[in-house]
Design a binder for this molecule. Sequence first.
Ligand code: F6P
Length: 265
Amino acid sequence: MIKKIAIITSGGDSQGMNAAIRSVVRTADYNNIECLGFYRGYQGLIENDSVELGLRVVNKILGDGGTFLKSARSSDFFEKEKREIAFNNLKSNVVDALVVIGGNGSITGGHIFSEDFNFPVIGIPASIDNDIWGTDNSIGFDTALNNIVDSLDKIRDTARSHNRLFFIEVMGRDCGNLALHAGIASGACYAIIPEKPFELVDLIKRLEEGKKLRKTSSIVVVSEGNTYGPAYKIAEDLTSVYDDYETKVTILGHIQRGGSPTAFD
Ligand code: F6P
């Protein structure tokens, strides 16, 4: 019988994590289950840094980006002894189960923890990368995707005005979902993703095809985890063999992870 649960947000934050916390707390309240939030993901569990979560605490966080419970990538949690400390903290707080809101690594951590101590853990997929096995959509992906598409639309205005070729580097770690979806949604001429080996000749061929159609500017979306290298290297290598375009590079960075979640997230 579960009477009290703990919640953490872990790994890279994503838009919609607050909404997910709110949902868990409200559902728990409806079922007469108490909730304890631990700050900074697994690190807060190890350090026993917690806050009681009731309906009033999660009031007004629905549309806020980030996570009010804060997040961290805990290297301590890789150690069995530290996981044991976390387990003992849960026991001393009379917690019966754990909800982990996070990405690939965080949910894997939750799985290991659950097996270590035969403790019930539920993972809620939340990551802008959308790289979690067994789920179609992770919380935050849609917002980050829309942030990228918004930026690409803006960059296209200036790319067109100057007949330039832009390389836009986006996040995703080892997963090309953000780059691929953003490339399609914004009409980019090419997306370089980790899942597919990249050769400069393929891009040159694509650019030549565009020129035949009187295209004067282009956007290439580069996923950060691609196997060739960072956007700056690709742009530099391309210009050394193909200088038909003036090239520019933009790294979108953490702006992708910010802002209010979309309705979907
Ligand atoms: O996992 C989410 C993510 O934003 C990845 O896309 C990116 O590689 C990484 O986190 C960046 O991590 P940090 O915010 O710790 O620099």
